[in-house]
Design a protein around this ligand. Structure first.
Ligand code: URP
Ligand code: ZN
Ligand code: ZN
Length: 452
């Protein structure tokens, strides 16, 4: 039988094993994994690793914050993702107060569908206004949006009783709450105190969002989920205070998972002490912490005490970041990481043996897909989408605004040398990036109806 595409002679790396075989693709799916296959098109992957496309379940494209929106739109952001080997993302819907959740989902899809170059899903945000709309959750789940974003910070912040009823409603549709855990009351008090003393520079940002209170909030969220019998996924974990609570809960069989992000694995808190706008650029929440936290996160990944790495990709330009220079609490939060995540985890995870190659695939591809409910992504297996990366473990790339493709005029990883980079990115059987050339197109990506 002739296949549409055969990837030959590579070392297939999945979450479970590494082995030599060819992959035959028919149409958009993996049809066979065997030796000596032939196809109408063939790619020689000799000396390369062949992995599932990476899955990033926490990104913010063209996300509105006040008057501005994050600078990558669904086209530029997904194009940058594909350069870095990511073939599926999950972004967010934030309903307007007078919109139903389904209307908001339709409207967000109308923005994303014509632009995406890779497949995507959406988490539905439940803010205080949506607490009165919880009866809409069954139809939102049915529309392919089974994960619900809860905040313990910002204007979307839910009180503990609101968290409880939201998690109950999510549980009742067999959905997944995904949560931003910080203690908003303590943070706002510390910010007010800091500003009133004239402490307005970005170096005060991490001091007003202490790790111990991120841990407290995560523990509270886990306890509420446990009380109501809901599963839970904790976003952007920065510190041991959260990892310890997560591990303790998982040890008791509580169905909670956690992610960290590249900014917490590659940067340290002193970055906020840089002068002028340089200190404002890396402002994100929760904040980047010290070296000890960074090492604890790497250890937790290696020991399986943190399940995945997503990016929380949310770029703003230098000019937008500079608007908060007189008051760090006004700096739009978020950093770009969508392109470097998968290769950077190889370079600083696999190469120095902090994680194995199989853990790398598990952390970046397989477990994110399972957590988010993508049932045909995140693995190299027959019947799965042919989302595949041919990864050159020896290629070296120095990260900079020039080498990356994100639509933003800075990167927090400027000068970082990465060993290992995707040579080819394939999305549902179509080569969309090869040797640094983008062959995808806006709108070829599809909204994926997810479920559990
Ligand atoms: O500062 C951040 N992380 N911005 C993106 C929104 C969020 O909290 O995830
Ligand atoms: Zn968040
Ligand atoms: Zn986020």
């Amino acid at each position: 039988m002739k296949y549409d595409l055969v990837i030959k002679n590579g070392t297939i790396v999945t979450a479970g094993q590494s082995y030599s075989a060819d992959i035959g693709v028919i149409g958009e799916q993996i049809a066979v994994i065997d030796q000596n296959l032939h196809g109408r098109a063939e790619i020689d992957a000799q000396g390369k690793l062949v992995t599932p496309g990476a899955v990033d379940i926490h990104v913010h494209m063209e996300m509105p914050i006040g008057e501005i929106v994050s600078s990558d739109d669904f086209f530029t952001g997904t194009r940058a993702a594909s350069y870095g080997g990511t073939t599926a993302i999950v972004d967010f819907v934030e309903p307007d107060p007078d919109e139903s959740m389904l209307e908001a989902l339709t409207n967000r899809r109308a923005i994303a569908d014509p632009k995406v170059t890779i497949d995507y899903g959406l988490h539905m945000t439940i803010g205080p206004v949506e607490i009165d709309k919880l009866d809409q959750l069954p139809e939102v789940y049915e529309a392919g949006c089974p994960s619900f974003k809860l905040y313990m910070a910002y204007g979307f912040c839910l009180s503990d009783d609101e968290l409880m009823v939201a998690m109950e409603a999510i549980r009742d549709v067999n959905g997944l709450p995904v949560i931003h855990t910080e203690n908003w009351a303590v943070i706002t008090a510390l910010i007010d105190r800091s500003l009133s003393k004239g402490r307005v520079s970005p170096s005060w940002h991490p001091r007003c969002r202490p790790a111990v209170m991120e841990g407290e909030a995560a523990g509270r969220a886990i306890d509420i989920a446990t009380l109501v019998g809901s599963r839970l996924h904790i976003f952007h974990i920065t510190c041991e205070d959260v990892v310890d609570r997560l591990s303790a809960a998982r040890g008791k069989g509580i169905p909670v998972t956690g992610e960290t992000c590249p900014q917490y694995l590659f940067l340290t808190q002193d970055i906020y002490d840089r002068p002028s706008v340089e200190g404002a650029l890396p402002v994100c929440s929760p904040p980047i912490r010290g070296k000890k936290s960074q090492e604890a996160l790497w250890r937790a990944l290696g020991q399986g005490n943190l399940q995945i790495v997503s990016t929380d990709h949310c770029p703003f330009t230098r000019a937008e970041k500079a608007t908060g220079l007189g008051d760090f609490s006004k700096i739009p939060g978020g950093v770009p990481s969508i392109e470097m995540r998968f290769p950077a985890l190889y370079s600083s995870g696999v190469v120095p043996e902090r994680i194995t190659p199989n853990q790398w695939v598990d952390i970046c591809c397989t477990t994110p897909a399972r957590i988010a409910g993508f049932d045909r992504k995140g693995d190299i297996a027959i019947g799965f989408d042919a989302d595949i990366v041919i990864f050159d473990p020896d290629q070296r790339v120095v990260l900079s605004e020039e080498t990356l493709h994100e639509e933003v005029d800075w990167t927090p990883y400027d000068g970082l040398m990465i060993q290992g980079w995707p040579q080819v990115t394939i999305s549902r059987g179509e080569v969309i990036v090869e040797d640094g050339v983008f062959y995808g197109r806006a709108g070829r990506g599809q909204f994926v109806s997810r479920h559990f």
